[in-house]
Design a protein around this ligand. Structure first.
Ligand code: ZN
Length: 236
């Protein structure tokens, strides 16, 4: 009975260690995914900026085309001036030139505004590229560390699992099942120390008779309040 109690205590110790290793490993994996999520987020911003810049550049090129065409027109119309004979026609042509020049000025202003938009987006783009590079740099360095930590902790985990299996093998199946259920339901604490007449798992007073029997270490007993398997510290 004392032997079973010792095995259970070993089992609980190794199970607690396994839980803690698993929680740590989950933390490593979460950290890795956070880096990936960050990089994806910035990459999406980069893609979006690139798309916007491409659209602006396209409309700037279209404006450039229409400007060239209009300038060509002005030149052609101006070339007609010396051949004009009537005052009326002369005024009409001058008006035509004036309108065309005004249009050109507007187109030039639109182009300028597109160029300014493009520059501002390009500045954003550069900023995001720096941000992405920083994330990638960090994630590469920490990623290597995390991968290493994951692989080291996996080795420890495998060893601990082997230990737990070999301890578990020596325990009666029914007791093992009871322990498992308690370990899950009682937050990783299936066994509780009984001391000075109380269960330290739930801090409730145990019936004196039960406590006396516990001190004799003759049988496996559970706490009537929290159901945990009780043990006492023996001087042996
Ligand atoms: Zn209890």
């Amino acid at each position: 009975m004392q032997n079973q109690m010792n095995l259970l205590r070993d089992l609980q110790e190794v199970d607690q260690e396994i839980s803690s290793i698993e929680a740590t490993r989950q933390g490593y994996r979460d950290e890795l995914s956070a880096f990936e999520a960050d990089a994806t987020r910035v990459q999406e911003m980069l893609d979006q900026l690139n798309d916007e810049i491409a659209l602006l550049q396209q409309s700037e090129a279209e404006l450039q085309q229409s400007l060239l065409k209009e300038c060509d027109n002005v030149t052609k119309v101006e070339a007609r001036l010396p051949e004009i004979q009537t005052q009326k026609e002369y005024v009409a042509v001058l008006k035509e030139i004036d309108v065309a020049k005004k249009t050109n000025k507007e187109v030039e202003e639109q182009m300028l505004s597109k160029q300014q938009e493009i520059s501002s987006l390009e500045a954003d783009l550069q900023e995001k590229e720096v941000e992405l590079a920083a994330i990638q740099g960090k994630s590469e360095a920490r990623g290597t560390e995390l991968t290493q930590l994951l692989s080291e902790s996996e080795e420890v985990l495998i060893k601990r699992t082997q230990t737990r299996e070999s301890v578990a093998e020596e325990l009666p199946v029914a007791l093992l099942r009871k322990y498992h259920t308690l370990f899950k339901r009682r937050g990783g604490l299936a066994l509780a120390l009984a001391s000075q007449g109380a269960c330290l798992g739930c801090n409730m007073q145990l019936p004196p008779q039960q406590y006396n029997r516990l001190l004799q270490v003759a049988e496996i007993q559970t706490c009537p309040h929290c159901n945990r398997i009780l043990f006492v510290e023996t001087s042996v």
